[in-house]
Ligand binder design. Structure first.
Ligand code: MN3
Length: 207
């Protein structure tokens, strides 16, 4: 069974003015599709991998056939990361997280504002293409930037929130001003979905 891209859960224009429709169209229909196609091309030759979800391929990357490890890391990562990215954004979003997740943000970063500041700073100073992540590492929240399409799952950290730092995610609207994109991103943050991922992270860590 081949991996398939998830449809965008809102219109291309739904994240305007913070993320423009044309960026969403190209990002979802072209970039995301390509990662998916290349993942399928890599795993197709190994029928025993056919039924594994892409997340499982990343978690178990070291036990995959050596000749496809890099392609699964890059394209499986690109596939899983983007699927998550569409879901953690949405129209009429923004604001602040609440509940147990909001409390953990305060516990591990001092406050929501300092959390936000640290994500923006980490994304801004990261050189090249990659993602800035909020992950659950054993018993705490952590912010990290990872290069290319590297997934936190490769090292056993559960991804809760992410912002794409590749130029294709902001260049049409923001040109070289990554900081401006990182500031605007919070207006489309879907805290309901991010909080759901936090609950999943706790389950993942205790599995
Ligand atoms: Mn991207």
């Amino acid at each position: 069974m081949a991996h398939e891209i998830a449809p965008l859960p809102y219109k291309y224009s739904a994240l305007e003015p913070h993320i423009d429709a044309e960026t969403m169209r190209v990002h979802h229909d072209k970039h995301y599709q390509t990662y998916c196609d290349n993942l399928n091309a890599a795993v197709n030759r190994y029928p025993e991998l056919a039924d594994l979800p892409a997340e499982e391929l990343l978690i178990n990357i070291d036990s995959l056939p050596e000749d496809i490890q890099d392609r699964v890391k890059n394209n499986g990562g690109g596939f899983v990361n983007h699927t998550m990215f569409w879901e953690i954004m949405g129209p009429k979003c923004g604001g602040k997280p609440s509940g147990a997740f909001g409390e953990h943000i305060d516990r591990d970063f001092g406050s929501f504002d300092s959390f936000k500041e640290k994500v923006i700073y980490t994304g801004k100073k990261f050189f090249g293409s990659g993602w800035v992540w909020l992950v659950w590492n054993e018993d705490k929240l952590e912010i990290a930037a990872l290069e290319n399409q590297d997934s936190p799952l490769l090292v056993g950290h559960y991804p809760i929130m992410c912002i794409d730092l590749w130029e294709h995610s902001y260049y049409l609207k923001y040109k070289n001003d990554r900081a401006k994109y990182l500031e605007a991103w919070w207006n489309v943050a879907n805290w309901q979905e991010i909080e759901r991922r936090f609950v999943e992270a706790l389950k993942f860590a205790s599995r």
